[in-house]
Design a protein around this ligand. Structure first.
Ligand code: SAH
Ligand code: SF4
Length: 372
């Protein structure tokens, strides 16, 4: 099966100009197409009235092919949360979730169809990896989210995001790579997507880098590489246990990169970017929620630029594991906090619509910067 069709969002602005020139058109047409896509969220040739009628369809067909087809969509939280299941050109399925808050709109995107990391508590991990998403397939999830937002639903464009566009759409303010897949296992395309999301219009969507969170299971070489990109995105590390014994069972890649190596890479990332690390920890009853593990976690993180997000486990169908009892969760929180470490329990936005994908309960990011 051939890969996804090439799309303008796979290319930087200079490459887009070249692609347009290769099609026999003037280079500035690339900027016009880019404004339509990133500024007005349209890929339909008939909307592009600033382009000569004779070239619109050819350019749109060559550079704005449809990438996502909506398969199903579910709303909950009185419409504030919406999960969409998308079908890709080859039939692969991925999910994205749009979450509206009073002060921000967060889009949770998938970076892969499936995931090869095999974490036993995660629904995506059970099915294995189908394939990496292209840069444009990732970006298209966010563009679709913006397209779905009425202007009034969002805090409105920040300075620098104002564009001469269709004011009928709201804006996504935050993007979290917490849908399906391990983003750092699809490194190139994810970095391309981060750049497209954060470059200003017309090069990209103009979302603030600080409002983008990349969540990883702990691929140490890729964390180091990310630290050298000169980006100021937030890194979330899915730790889930402070000791190798428990983590080896919960996160199979821990057999390759141990807790100490993962945390050391995280602190290097914090030092390089000045960004606080988000430590993700799914609380699982009698597996990783013991008081001594809370103490160990607190002592490992104390004094570092870190924040703990405790996620009540959302059991996958047939799972032998369940979420911690409320008392155990409260004690875990207070023991971590006693070490002077910032800790919050995530709200479980979207829990009622996440049946197909365990981790989608986990995507609210309370420590994400507000607005932009
Ligand atoms: N692969 C990346 C990003 C996608 S998963 C990662 O693992 O970080 C996003 C988050 O959801 C991760 O912190 C993951 O551990 C968590 N998660 C997965 N399944 C879950 C479940 N059943 N209950 C609670 N959190 C879960
Ligand atoms: Fe993959 Fe993340 Fe799920 Fe682990 S938790 S299987 S890395 S998506």
């Amino acid at each position: 099966m051939s890969g996804p069709p090439r799309h303008l969002a796979d290319l930087g602005l200079a490459e887009r100009r070249q692609a347009v020139a290769d099609l026999g058109e003037r280079e500035f047409r690339a900027d016009q197409l880019s404004r339509h896509y990133f500024g007005r969220h349209t890929d339909s040739a008939q909307d592009m009235t600033d382009l000569p009628a004779a070239v619109r369809s050819a350019l749109a067909a060559a550079l704005l092919p449809p990438l996502l087809t909506q398969q199903r969509s579910f709303a909950c939280d009185k419409g504030a949360t919406r999960k969409t299941l998308w079908r890709l050109h080859d039939g692969a399925l991925v999910e994205s979730v749009l979450m509206k808050y009073p002060d921000r709109v967060t889009m949770c995107v998938s970076s892969q169809a499936g995931c090869g990391m095999g974490c036993p508590f995660c629904a995506t991990g059970q099915a294995g990896l189908t394939r990496n998403l292209s840069t444009a397939e990732i970006v298209a999830q966010v563009v679709a989210g913006e397209r779905a937002l009425p202007a009034a639903a969002a805090p409105g464009p920040a300075p620098g995001r104002l564009c001469t566009g269709n004011p009928a759409h709201g804006r996504v303010s935050n993007v979290v790579f917490m849908g399906m897949g391990e983003p750092l296992a699809n490194y190139r395309n994810v970095i391309g997507a981060v750049r497209r999301l954060t470059d200003p219009v017309p090069a990209g969507l103009g979302i603030s880098q600080r409002s983008v969170t990349v969540s990883t299971v702990g691929l140490v070489p890729a964390i180091n590489r990310l630290a050298s990109e000169g980006l100021s995105v937030t890194l979330a590390v899915s730790l889930h246990a402070p000791d190798d014994e428990a983590r080896d069972g919960l996160v199979p890649v821990n057999r390759r990169w141990k807790v100490a190596e993962v945390l050391s890479a995280a602190w290097d990332y914090a030092a390089a970017t000045g960004r606080r690390i988000s430590i993700e920890y799914a609380l699982i009853r009698d597996v990783n929620d013991q008081p001594w593990r809370a103490d160990l976690l607190g002592s490992l993180l104390a004094g570092h630029l870190a924040h703990v997000n405790l996620i009540p486990l959302n059991p996958t169908p047939g799972s032998k594991w369940t979420a911690s009892l409320p008392g155990a969760q409260d004690e875990f929180v207070s023991r971590v906090a006693a070490h002077g470490v910032a800790v919050t329990v995530r709200d479980t936005r979207g829990r009622e619509i996440d049946g197909a994908c365990g981790q989608l309960a986990a995507l609210n990011s309370p420590n994400a910067p507000k607005g932009r």
